[in-house]
Ligand binder design. Sequence first.
Ligand SMILES: CC[C@@H](C(=O)O)C(=O)SCCNC(=O)CCNC(=O)[C@H](O)C(C)(C)COP(=O)(O)OP(=O)(O)OC[C@H]1O[C@@H](n2cnc3c(N)ncnc32)[C@H](O)[C@@H]1OP(=O)(O)O
Ligand SMILES: [Co+2]
Length: 140
Amino acid sequence: MARLGRLNHVGIATPSIAEGLRLYRDLLGGTVSREPFDLPAQGVRVCFVDTPNSQVELLEPLGENSPILKFLEKNPAGGQHHVCFEVADIHAAKADMEAKGCRVLGEPRIGAHGTPVIFVHPKDMGGTLIELMETPRGDH
Ligand SMILES: CC[C@@H](C(=O)O)C(=O)SCCNC(=O)CCNC(=O)[C@H](O)C(C)(C)COP(=O)(O)OP(=O)(O)OC[C@H]1O[C@@H](n2cnc3c(N)ncnc32)[C@H](O)[C@@H]1OP(=O)(O)O
Ligand SMILES: [Co+2]
């Protein structure tokens, strides 16, 4: 069962991580916990800004097949792209969501926190793209 766990992060797509940092670090006062790094397997460049109880994940497109390119075409200034919740077991969560009729986008892949993630189609989730992420070991 995909029992909803902790809100891990809110994904914000941006044409430029530098611009995202201007907003979330410089204007809002967030703390950068991970400097920008490339995640070629996911087609994004990523940077994390911490809040006291969660994280903002800044996402810039990486490569011509980046999954956030279309979103940025429709939203050129960027915007909220997905919400990520933790689950105990990613394979159980995938099977559960599919059994409930939701489209899971591909197989589990290693995400920015080093544990497997899946995405559930926004059209099956009331218009919000949902990322489910297996809780890192030791955080249970
Ligand atoms: C850093 C790594 C990792 C982590 O560890 O945290 C990440 O977060 S990676 C984040 C980026 N990766 C992904 O988003 C992978 C999953 N996404 C996809 O498979 C696709 O992007 C998509 C969600 C299936 C959308 O497909 P796409 O081809 O890009 O766009 P369409 O225009 O065909 O979209 C269809 C439909 O859905 C609406 N849509 C698209 N994206 C979103 C969104 N982020 N939030 C809400 N709605 C979205 C889009 O507007 C279309 O609707 P209509 O216009 O009504 O047809
Ligand atoms: Co994410």
